[in-house]
Design a protein around this ligand. Structure first.
Ligand code: NI
Length: 171
């Protein structure tokens, strides 16, 4: 399956994803391809919209022990969230070459999802994984981390992005 990463300004990144109705071969293939892309690009998470699809699919791997330990989330939902995660920098495979400070992440989340065998799973975390989950689930709502930066930083980003891409004639 050939999929490619969609870059900032691609309208697909602004779409709301839909529930997966049935976990069939196609869905499994998409998850496998998304993991391949995530590892290839050395990302820690990827949502389906980033590869041009509008289904609620996310893959994450923080490689906690230095080896691959992927989490595949189908139809993930945040059930609970609490606290405030300290201000930190985020990046995104759809916004290559840019990192920016985000301040409105929650400290802890409880997320419910289906795994590839259609079993319901729950993750409860207040570690960095919490932030990654929020970042990826935002993608499914058409939200990018850029949108969560301060107004001043967003303006700066847009200028920088324009500069970076006008050089290559991609505006
Ligand atoms: Ni992202």
């Amino acid at each position: 399956m050939e999929l490619e990463v969609k870059i900032y300004n691609d309208p697909i990144l602004r779409k709301k994803a839909k529930d997966v109705k049935e976990i069939d071969d196609r869905i499994i293939k998409i998850l496998d391809t998304m993991k391949d892309i995530m590892y290839q690009k050395q990302g820690i998470g990827l949502a389906a919209e980033q590869v041009g699809l509008t289904e609620k699919l996310v893959v994450i791997d923080l490689r906690p022990n230095g080896k691959n330990e992927p989490i595949e989330l189908i139809n993930p939902v945040i059930l609970e969230s609490e606290g405030v995660y300290e201000e930190h920098e985020e990046g995104c495979l759809s916004v290559p070459g840019y990192y920016g400070s985000v301040k409105d992440r929650k400290q802890g989340v409880k997320v419910r999802y289906l795994d590839r065998d259609a079993n319901e799973q729950i993750i409860e975390t207040d570690d960095f994984l919490s932030v990654v989950l929020q970042h990826e689930l935002d993608h499914l709502n058409g939200v990018l981390f850029i949108d969560r930066m301060s107004y001043a930083r967003r303006i700066m980003f847009k200028k920088q992005w324009k500069k970076m891409h006008s050089k290559r004639g991609e505006v």
